[in-house]
Design a protein around this ligand. Sequence first.
Ligand code: ASP
Length: 450
Amino acid sequence: MKVIKFGGSSLASAAQLEKVLHIVKEDVSRKFVVVSAPGKRSSEDIKVTDLLIAYYHAYTNNENTEEICKKIVARYEAILDELAINKDVLVEIQHAIQQLVTLPKDNNPHLFDAFLASGEDNNAKLVAAFFQQNGLNARYKNPKDLGIIVSDEPGNARILASSLSKINQFKTTDDILVIPGFFGYTETGEICTFSRGGSDITGSIVAAGVGAEIYENFTDVNGIFVAHPGIVREPKTIKELTYREMRELAYAGFAVLHDEALMPAYRANIPVVIKNTNNPDHPGTLITTSRTVEHEPVVGIASDQGFASIYISKYLMNRELGFGRRLLQILEELGLSYEHMPSGIDDISIILREKQLSIEIEEQLMERLEKELEPDELRITHGLSMLMIVGEGMRQRIGVMADSAQALADNRINLEMINQGSSEVSIMFGIQENQEKKAIEALYQTFFSI
Ligand code: ASP
């Protein structure tokens, strides 16, 4: 059987829901349907989840909540009306949304999550009713009843290992189960959401739990592009990727699938396919343990901005016992996590996400590094972009680094850092943010233009 997940844009309107129905009907093995909250109908529209955030703020700031509550109900109503779904569901949805403002405000760390989760929860009820009305044996299934038990970390929950065997009990379901994505319940029964965009995680967990043949993730693009379509015109889509390649690309800004969504499927060895609700006949991008499709050495180019690099140089650093430990301890004590740490004989660079560095933290950091490590040279560079070329094939191919460096040099792009990483699945280049677009175009030309 298959687990199929639909993102918010696939569920934003009646017209989209008709496509969803068609896709589910087409294949009887699609037994588990995971849904997001209704997303944007156009680029100016607001996602239901974002409306729920506004609703939460109005409530906790003791403002009038009536208008925003109505607006949220109206989003569901518009879909229900157009699909001519029985009004009972609307009454149920309206009641659930109105009830949110009766939850206790004080000492309630799960309040925000309860608001957010209702977006998917109500949508799952709506989708189940729509499926039933169209002849499918479908029913809404609450994550608690399904066994999605998570850690007590509001807004950032993690699945508990014990969940999978609970979910497994449902693998032989005759009915189609419509499951709200994005949240689970703690062991004490509180709602906790995953981080934003986390319905993808639910889909992956359910797929792992029931041992699905495949996890189909339906979104609004034909698959994963080899480079960002905002930068390269009409980039190709990737036919097949390994989990490792996907992980590297996702890290460096490929936002198609949530960062944490791959792990449950990967551990259970379940292939994932990214497909387009608006073009379901397109094969999409398949993510598996090992690739059968032959690629050129590089499968994709990704990039992400907002990095800073701290350069530390000290003569005979290589012989100074405990230098690395002291350096990392300073970072840890200041609550800073680092992303990369390329090193030489007498120097080391720490690459970290800039958003962690307030002016005070940066001052403290630089002061402590200066005092406790006594470097010969210490400097910080802001505004860096990490550019990454990814591909399992690079291991067997000589000259990928040379070709990349040449392409960047020809375009007068200054390399602040190069890091091949231990996995040999990717090569990373640190460049100035304002050169990012040019750099990606140059690399695309080199690896994909033929
Ligand atoms: N609705 C949630 C969000 O907007 C989760 C999701 O769509 O995956 O973040």
